[in-house]
Design a protein around this ligand. Structure first.
Ligand code: SAM
Ligand code: SF4
Length: 462
């Protein structure tokens, strides 16, 4: 725990104040050479204040994103299984002081949700729930995960549930989860205590050490995050970096992903009560700096952001987005029924800003020359933890992940798109294959895509 040091963060942010153009330029060159940035250098980037400096930061972040990740954007959807929660997080619609009739999906309901998500084309889910040890014991979550894997074509479930014991993490590991995701919300201890009053979640130290317990239990893909808007974003970015460095040093691999949720209006809270809200420009700055500081980590953005913002951020470093999301418990099935029967309204965890369907998101990405990816190959062939990082650092993502993305896009178009989108998408895939530089990989990708399209093969990957 001694890696988290508030005074150190405050001092380094002060030391990095008022960076010169030359300093920013030097840091960007270093980052472009893929050299690890020092804490002081990251603090300098966070303290950039002139338009010209921002533009350069965005430019290099965009280049690094493109060189490491290519045009791929990994696509997933959240599944909310319960809004029971014993915590009282001041920012969340599910907090216990909000009185509404709470739900917990039965295992049959979970199967139904998974099938609706599958029918939308999803292969990768983020599993979400409130925390309630009595109503939602770990066994319930394990049953849900088993039901999803067994009853649907969902291939990877990343799990975002409350911090728990090493024993429970071992059970989640044995249930073959993908990444274990937990947002620190804020690295600033006083703010953490303030926004988590009198609750299980209100134990700063226990929360901060959750990934150590997860790693020790065998979960080698962990995903961090901060809820931007609770405290000073510069402090939070430094907190994420220190946490990442600690994990790298102790377990040989840092965050597999970092999520960047921004505080949204929710039931029973007023955004005016949060003095550290982050504006669009600051948010773009955060994403670009994280891309420079943690070049190989996935950066996840949810439907909390508008389409315009999401597109902007993809260009600056975001590598995964949720699509066609519903944050209601049982929301996918209800939405499907509501379309037939009329409208419904329930208490969401927070408001969404991008209401496009998965098909619309996929088509918009194709129009923007981005490759929507439903790939889960790494997880399927055990390429997790430092094995994935080795692949990323070797520069092989382009030779492995891009063809895989194109294959999963072909599957998606064949299984879920109408004639028009299928034709448009196929053309896009064929052009993208021609762009693959390595001739052997190009040939292999072409063969596999044709196998999917013409022979109905599924779940192929390199
Ligand atoms: N209950 C668990 C927890 O709190 O860690 C797991 C998942 S919770 C459903 C997912 C995340 O939603 C929280 O970690 C929090 O950052 C985010 N969240 C809560 N209220 C929010 C709001 N008003 N705006 C944006 N994100 C919010
Ligand atoms: Fe519960 Fe998580 Fe919401 Fe807090 S953020 S009230 S723990 S669901």
């Amino acid at each position: 725990m001694d890696w988290m040091n508030k005074e150190f963060i405050e001092k380094i942010l002060k030391d990095g104040a008022n960076p010169t153009h030359d300093q920013i330029e030097e840091i960007l060159e270093k980052s472009y050479r893929r050299e690890k940035l020092s804490h002081l250098e990251i603090a300098r980037l966070l303290n950039a204040s002139e338009e010209e400096q921002f533009e350069k930061i965005y430019e290099i972040a965009g280049k690094i994103k493109k060189e490491i990740y290519g045009r791929r954007v990994v696509t997933f959807a959240p599944i909310y299984v319960s809004d029971y929660c014993v915590n009282n997080c001041t920012y969340c619609g599910y907090r216990r002081d909000n009185k509404f009739s709470r739900k917990k999906l039965s295992i049959d309901n979970v199967r139904e949700e998974a099938l609706v998500l599958e029918s939308l084309g999803h292969k990768r889910l983020a599993f979400e729930s409130g925390e309630d040890p009595v109503n939602l014991p770990i066994e319930y979550f394990l049953d849900c995960l088993k039901a999803i894997y067994e009853s649907s074509d969902i291939r990877r479930i990343n799990v975002n549930i409350a911090a728990t014991t090493k024993e429970n993490y071992r059970k989640l590991h044995d249930a073959e989860i993908g990444t274990y995701i937990l947002f620190q919300e804020t690295y600033h201890e006083e703010t953490f205590n303030e926004v988590h009053p009198r609750s299980l979640k209100g134990n700063y130290q226990y929360h901060l050490e959750a990934f150590d317990r997860a790693q020790q239990a065998g979960i080698d893909d962990v995903g961090g995050g901060v809820l931007f808007g609770l405290y000073d974003y510069k402090f939070e970015v430094m907190g994420l970096i220190l946490h990442n460095d600690h994990l790298e040093k102790r377990y040989g691999v840092g965050f597999h992903t970092i999520s960047v949720p921004r505080l949204k209006k929710a039931e029973g809270m007023d955004l005016d009560d949060f003095p550290y809200l982050v504006n669009d420009e600051e948010f773009m700055h955060i994403v670009a700096i994280l891309r420079l500081a943690v070049p190989y980590g996935g950066l996840i953005l949810s439907t909390r952001e508008t389409r315009e913002m999401r597109e902007n951020l993809i260009m600056r470093g975001v590598s995964q987005i949720s699509a066609g999301s519903n944050t209601g418990v049982g929301g996918y099935k209800e939405e499907k029924l509501a379309k037939e029967l009329g409208h419904h309204k329930e208490v969401p965890q927070f408001e969404l800003s991008d209401e496009r369907t998965v098909l619309e998101v996929v088509e918009d990405m194709i129009d923007d020359d981005l490759i929507p990816s439903f790939c889960t190959a790494c997880y399927r062939c055990g390429r997790t933890g430092d094995r994935f990082m080795r692949l990323a650092k070797s520069g092989q993502i382009g030779n492995v992940c891009e063809p895989n993305a194109l294959m999963t896009l072909m599957e998606f178009l064949d299984d879920y798109a109408d004639e028009r989108l299928r034709e448009k998408g196929k053309k896009f895939i064929m052009n993208a294959i021609e762009d693959i530089k390595n001739p052997d990989i190009r040939k292999l990708a072409k063969e596999k895509v044709e196998k999917i399209d013409k022979e109905g093969a599924r779940d192929l990957f390199l």
